[in-house]
Design a protein around this ligand. Sequence first.
Ligand SMILES: N[C@@H](CCC(=O)N[C@@H](CS)C(=O)NCC(=O)O)C(=O)O
Length: 264
Amino acid sequence: MDANQNNDPTKKTYHKKATGKALETVEKHSQDHELKLFGSCFCPFVQRVWISLEMKGLGYQYIEVDPYKKPQQLLEVNPRGLVPALRHGDWGCYESTVLMEYLEDLQKGEALLPSDPKLRAHSRLWSDHINRHIVPGFYRYLQAQDEKSQIKHGEELKEQISKLVDTADKSGPFFLGDKMTFVDVQMAPWVVRLRKVLQPYRGWPEPEAGTRWTSWVEAIEQNHAVRATTSTDDLYIDSYERYFENRPNTSQVQQAINSGRGLP
Ligand SMILES: N[C@@H](CCC(=O)N[C@@H](CS)C(=O)NCC(=O)O)C(=O)O
């Protein structure tokens, strides 16, 4: 049993192995490689880096780790013991946004940041918006236990997403136009989890037909790298029940939200 189950085996907990298309991708990348991604199948921060690797078509090894048990091979790369962590030869680093930038700087495969300096800054600014406002808003809404705060946090999340959608290229379907780039990848794991987690647990609405938001969501959901790194629905339902119930011992993210601190 895991600590978040509080001695109750009927409580669902996080999965330790990918399923569906994500499992196929794990299996394709199980061979030893100098570039190693330490990840956990349910983790949206991991999925960002994983999508980037897949979009760039880089060779890599995926290593599934339990970030709550913090195995030594993870701590060697990330002393904070969080996933994602990346090892490249004898060097290692962590933090999903930093790792996405590192992969960009390798200049191999498809570039996710545009070449124009102003568009690069624009992309970084809106990635910051996602990290500062949308990601914490997602957890605040999911963890909220009383109806009043659920309504409040649901509205706040919608408002922060609307700011991003209003800034996106008008014809899209992606943030900068017809190509999926850095900001889309930063946002993609939470787009996936709006439908797979917030919809069943908090009644998050289906995107309205014909809107700019809908065309973006559909384009992200259909992207080959997003699909290749997404597991079956049950994995998300099970893995997020602990957040939905705001159970003790869930994670550092959950504790940060409860105590009003910034996310780890
Ligand atoms: N800011 C980090 C957040 C990573 C993170 O919170 N990962 C979670 C899994 S989704 C984790 O490793 N949790 C371990 C813990 O809570 O002890 C990033 O962007 O990489």
